[in-house]
Design a protein around this ligand. Sequence first.
Ligand code: 13P
Length: 255
Amino acid sequence: MNNKSTIFVANWKMHMPFAHALQFCTDNSKELNAVSKQATIILCPSYEALCPVGIVLGNDTTINLGAQNCSAHIPGAYTGQVSAQSLAELGCRFCIIGHSEARTHLHETNTEIAQKMEQLLINGIIPIVCIGETEKEYKDGTTFTVLTEQLEMIFALASNPALRPPMLLIAYEPVWAIGSGSIPTREYLHKVYARLAQLCAEKLPHVDCKLLYGGSVNENTIAEIKPISEVDGYLIGGASLDFQKFKKIVSLGNK
Ligand code: 13P
C-alpha cells in the first residue's frame, strides 16, 4: 500500500449475499484491479465471502481484503465468532472494529472493541477503528467528549511498544449521517478532523494514523469532503454496492 494514496474502504455490511458478492467480483475483477492501481482499495465483504473473493481477485491483485468485525478472544469456545487469527490466515490485512451498527445491535463496548484491536494487532492485521457520535450527542454538543472516550483505550493499546501497529485507520462516522444521504457541513468536519489529527499527533507520535470519513459518501457528497486536508480516505457503505458508483467515487475522491 502506497503510504500517500487515498484509501477507499468498501463496507458491504450484510447487503450482499454470498453468491452476489462473488458475482460482483467476477464481473468487475479486471476494472477493480485497474482502480486499485490509482488508490488503496479495501474490500470488506461478509466473513463467508472473504476467502472466495480473494481467489476471484487473483494472486497478483493489489486490492486489500478487510473483515467487518472479529472476535475479542483467542481461538476457543466462542460459538459463532471468528478469530483474528483465522482472518490473518485467510489473507485479511484490515478489519473494521467499533462500527456503530455493532455498537448498537451487538452492544459492543469500548472495552470489548479494544480487546478486538489487541487480537488484530497480535495477528498483524491493521484495525479500521470506527468512532462517531449519535444524533442526540451531536445536538447536545458532546461530540468531542464521545470521540475522546471512544479513542482512549485505542490510543493506550496502539502506544504499547509490544503491540504498536505500523498503521492505524480511524474512521469518523457520525451515526446520524450513516445511510441518511446527507453529511455534516464542511465547517463542522474541519473542526472534527483538526481535533482528531491533533489527538493522533499527541497520543501516537510513532504510529502512522490515517483518518477516514464515513456516512453517506457518494458521487455527489464526495466533493464536499475532499478539500478537508486531514481526510486520508473514505469508508463507503451503500454506494460501494454499485461498482460504477464506487469507481466514480474513487476517481472523484482520489487526492
Ligand atoms: P453509508 O455509506 O451507506 O452511509 O454507510 C456508511 C457506513 O456505515 C460505512 O461503514
